[in-house]
Design a protein around this ligand. Structure first.
Ligand code: HEC
Length: 141
């Protein structure tokens, strides 16, 4: 069931519920307060459910080197792991093959925070991107 269908169903449900409450009010005006409460309550329930819908994955995008990983490595690692290595770094991380070859080390050193060395650090989101790249199988594109 698509999100649009779910929302449409909810809207029809709301209209139905509202018209029931209005009818009830016409018949039993002394129950106005209770009906108003029910009406507000149904809004609360509906908005809570809508929140849940937005957390459902709409379509999972795989993490790839080209799209997500390269820019993180380029701006945080190449100072030492460039085409000409510097500051004692043992290997270059300038392209997919080099990063893939070192991928076990890249994943663990990023996860434990020991890379980037030299005072830099990756954001939690960047760390998660590298971890998810590993989970998705170190895709290039
Ligand atoms: C300031 C320089 C510097 C930066 C920036 C840096 N590194 Fe390093 N890296 C080193 C040095 C020096 C070593 C070797 C010493 C060690 O293993 O701690 C190393 C080692 C590594 C190793 C282990 C390689 C091996 O085969 O033993 C990996 C993997 C690595 N770095 C990944 C990264 C990643 C990924 C980044 C960016 C997020 C990064 N490094 C940023 C200096 C740096």
């Amino acid at each position: 069931m698509s999100i649009t269908t779910i929302i449409n169903n909810r809207i029809s449900y709301l209209y139905y519920h509202t018209s029931l409450i209005i009818k009830k009010n016409l018949i039993m005006t002394n129950n106005l307060k209770l009906s108003l409460l029910l009406f507000i309550f149904s809004f609360v329930i509906i908005s809570c459910n809508d929140d849940d819908d937005t957390t459902e994955p709409v379509g999972e995008e795989k993490i790839t080197y080209d799209k997500h990983v390269k820019k993180i490595i380029d701006s945080n690692c190449l100072g030492c792991h460039g085409a000409e290595v510097a500051n004692g770094a043992p290997n270059s991380l300038t392209n997919y093959t080099e990063v893939k070859t070192a991928s076990a080390g890249v994943t663990s050193r990023v996860a434990d925070g020991s890379m980037p060395a030299g005072g830099g650090s990756l954001s939690a989101t960047q760390k998660k991107t590298i971890a998810d790249w590993a989970k998705d199988g170190f895709l290039e594109k």
